[in-house]
Design a protein around this ligand. Structure first.
Ligand code: ATP
Ligand code: MG
Length: 744
């Protein structure tokens, strides 16, 4: 069989084929969105296994999101079979590092039972340190300061002698934070990478089997991820990276576009391949997206030409308020579904937001219309109070040294243990250099001299209840395996029942206990899905490597908790769970690398895009470019006249699109005619419905009309006074309470 006959290569163009089959030890594909970089990378993995003969377990593939990893697995599975796909070490940099650390971490003195401190946990710890030292910095600033340092690989003690430390207070805080993590046997996100670098530097034999390392979304790797990439490949040195500098959107997380140039410098002889055809989007969508990014005059120019025909003109719609915007999106979604008579479904639609906080109006409009949605990114389902409590219980069951988790659950449900008691327990643990749990145990057993009144309280309230629950669950948790009859779901059900959790939620949250209880049930569903999924992947296993003994495998509970901590894009459904009937709401960041037939990008105004708090205008532009280039067939941008704060918050259309808004976009809805339908059918590889049916069904344009409002809404002739504000006549004043997210 010649190469070109090969099934893997059939779906590729010449440049992609060259990249897939390249014999160079370093290959770099730098190309625009939708040019098939991920497709090519996946095909190269398949090629390396099938044609070059590498073992699947000797290949490492790093993706940027959990969702991207899942999609890549599915494709490889389809081409090579599940048994092969399962063995590839494929995931985000963080999840791959975690796997190496739980297998070999012992070699650098790590307890294999470590837990992961997610962003919320880290913030909590740092907040307490800042309070203790009366530091005037915001905890979130301190957190990102520490994180930046770690990303650059610098330790808290690296301030050289004689050199004035920048921010000595923070350096001290950093030191304490690290000590705290160590004592609680926790690693934060950055540590996962830092420790993995340390492991692979000291014990290169852990990766002696690795033949090839492949990285997607390379433009967003930071310094330490670059180090890791090199360390993974240290034995055979084979690296393939794919990326696009125009889509670098993680500057705030220390991603360094410079790594692109560093690679070319450090690996001379790198085979550079450029892909110049866009397979994803209609020509009009691509044209208008390129117009946005070309405003960045300093960017490295690349060719990107559409393979598809023009299609429908993208829409830019101006609306009065954010809630009008939400309603308009919903009515447009419904209209499109009818127009395309079954050719397009709800699952084809994504609403991409600059920040998760903007989702309130969209969610509320979808809720009113009864359209189900799922969320990716930004919305931390696992951080909801009612879910976090259950996870914290599980964390204590898994690892009682987790002081933070112990402190959070000690009085939930209420056990009459006040903050003062918790503080004195923490202080006692701190001064005796032991965990809070050990202190509690000692008090309960009466092994300690009765100090304060803690002992009596401990005996009465904790030994009877908390201890019983945790100890009971610990015994059960140890025996859970993938095939045991008592599963993780049973463990969680037992926890929920022992806490009398439904009753607790009813008592504690009179107004919304039903929603919270529904979330708890959703959590149990998620765990059950996780178990189903984990049967299909050997998520935690690493191949046996000569002479390197692996630590014992983690328990089911340990694996699950790590998965929770790393699932930054945990999905949450609402309403019925049939995926095909759900639209997606996502942050733009979490939508990276993905594509949908229909994309809405609301709130394209200055203050949101570019964001008022962002310092890097070019990165904000790239963010809009990433959002727009997710669309395959229909693209809708919108902008309200007033921002989320209501009528006192007049906003302007973003400068990223304003200069050509009038000429380039359609202002109402897309005009759909026969050629447009044919083009969309081709892009999506679907049969177009009979056009007759479509036009008969065509409903009138959206009922939410921007132009029913007067030119100048503040003219007393045209407006009413409500409270202290003047609003356009006929408009009810918006409620501006805290958003759903700020409550969660
Ligand atoms: P991004 O920069 O957004 O991550 P990308 O360059 O990774 O984009 P892919 O997601 O790999 O692009 O591909 C975009 C779409 O084009 C996918 O639907 C993919 O299946 C399709 N595609 C890629 N290459 C080809 C090809 N040679 N022929 C037909 N379709 C292709
Ligand atoms: Mg991609």
């Amino acid at each position: 069989m010649t190469s070109s006959d090969n099934a893997i290569l059939k779906s590729l163009n010449d440049a992609q084929r060259r990249a897939v089959t390249s014999k160079a030890s370093t290959v770099a594909i730098l190309a625009g969105p939708g040019s098939g970089k991920t497709h090519t990378l996946t095909s190269r993995v398949v090629w390396l296994i099938r044609e070059v003969g590498y073992q699947p377990c000797d290949i490492i593939v790093a993706t940027f999101t959990v969702k991207a990893a899942r999609e890549m697995r599915e494709r490889i599975g389809k081409l090579l079979g599940e048994d092969v796909e399962k063995k590839i070490v494929l995931g985000t940099f963080h999840s791959i590092s975690r796997r190496y650390l739980s297998a070999y971490g012992k070699r650098i003195g790590l307890d294999s039972n470590f837990s992961i401190a997610d962003d919320g946990d880290s913030k909590g710890i740092i907040k307490r340190i800042c309070e203790r030292h009366k530091l005037t910095v915001e905890p979130s600033y301190a957190k990102s300061w520490i994180s930046k340092r770690k990303a650059k690989g610098s330790q808290p003690t690296t301030s050289q002698k004689g050199k004035k430390a920048d921010h000595p207070d923070l350096l001290k805080g950093y030191e304490e934070y690290q000590e705290h993590l160590q004592r609680s046997n926790l690693l934060d996100y950055d540590d996962l990478l830092v420790k993995c670098v340390e492991l692979l530097q000291k014990h290169s034999s852990c990766v002696s089997n690795v033949q090839s390392v492949l990285i997607d979304e390379y433009q967003d790797t930071n310094g330490i991820q670059y180090e890791l990439m090199k360390l993974f490949a240290q034995k055979q040195g084979r690296i393939t990276v794919v990326g696009d500098p125009d889509q670098s959107i993680y500057g705030w997380r220390s991603a360094e576009v410079r790594n692109l140039y560093r690679l070319l410098r450090e690996f001379p002889g790198t085979d550079e391949v450029s892909l110049e055809e866009n397979y994803r989007s209609s020509q009009s969508i691509l044209d208008i997206s390129l117009r946005v990014i070309q405003e960045d005059k300093r960017r490295y120019q690349k060719v990107l030409t559409p393979v598809h025909a023009k299609g429908a003109r993208p829409v830019l719609r101006k609306l009065t308020s954010s809630s009008n915007e939400g309603e308009w999106i919903v009515s447009e979604i419904k209209r499109t579904m009818l127009m395309f008579g079954g050719m397009l479904k709800y699952e084809d639609v994504a609403i991409l937001l600059r920040s998760a906080a903007l989702s309130r109006h969209v969610e509320s409009a979808l809720g009113k219309a009864g359209i189900s949605y799922r969320m990716i990114g930004g919305h931390k389902f696992y951080e909801r109070k009612e879910i976090k409590v259950l996870i914290d219980y599980l964390r204590v069951v898994y690892q009682p040294e987790n002081n933070d988790a112990v402190a959070r659950i000690i009085n939930v449900p209420r056990r009459g243990i006040g903050e003062a008691t918790v503080k004195s327990l923490l202080a006692e643990a701190e001064s005796e250099k032991m965990s809070v749990w050990t202190v509690i145990l000692k008090h309960c057993r009466g092994d300690r001299k009765a100090t304060t009144n803690i002992r009596a309280k401990m005996e009465q309230r904790l030994s009877s209840e908390l201890m019983r629950i945790i100890n009971g669950l610990q015994q059960k948790a140890a025996d859970i395996t993938a095939s045991s009859s008592f599963s993780l779901v049973d463990l969680i059900e037992q926890l929920i029942s022992q806490l009398n959790y439904k009753k607790y939620l009813e008592d504690e949250y009179a107004n919304d206990h039903e929603t919270r209880w529904a979330n708890v049930r959703e959590f149990v569903n998620l765990v059950s899905e996780y178990l189903q999924d984990s049967k299909n992947t050997e998520d935690d296993e690493l191949p046996e490597v000569d002479e390197v003994e692996q630590s014992r495998q983690d328990t089911m509970l340990g694996k699950f908790l790590a998965n929770v901590s790393l699932a930054s894009d945990a999905q949450r459904g609402s309403g019925e769970q049939d995926q095909s009937s759900m639209i997606t709401i996502s942050t733009i960041h979490a939508a990276k690398g993905l594509e949908w037939p229909i994309v809405f990008v609301p709130s394209v105004y200055t203050g949101s895009m570019p964001h008022s708090r962002s310092e890097d205008i070019d990165e904000e532009r790239r963010l809009l470019y990433v959002a727009m280039t997710r669309a395959q067939a229909l693209l809708y941008l919108s902008c309200p006249l007033y921002g989320p704060q209501g009528f006192s918050n007049k906003v302007e259309l973003s400068d990223f699109v304003a200069p050509f808004a009038e000429v380039a976009f359609a202002s109402k809805g897309p005009s759909i005619d026969e050629p447009v339908i044919q083009t969309i059918g081709k892009i999506l590889d679907r049969d177009p419905p009979q056009s007759k049916v479509i036009f008969e069904k065509l409903p009138p344009m959206t009922s939410v009309e921007d132009d029913r409002f007067p030119e100048n809404p503040f003219d007393p002739k045209n407006s009413d006074e409500i409270g202290d504000a003047r609003v356009p006549r006929g408009v009810k004043r918006q409620r501006t309470g805290p958003s759903e997210n700020s409550k969660a």
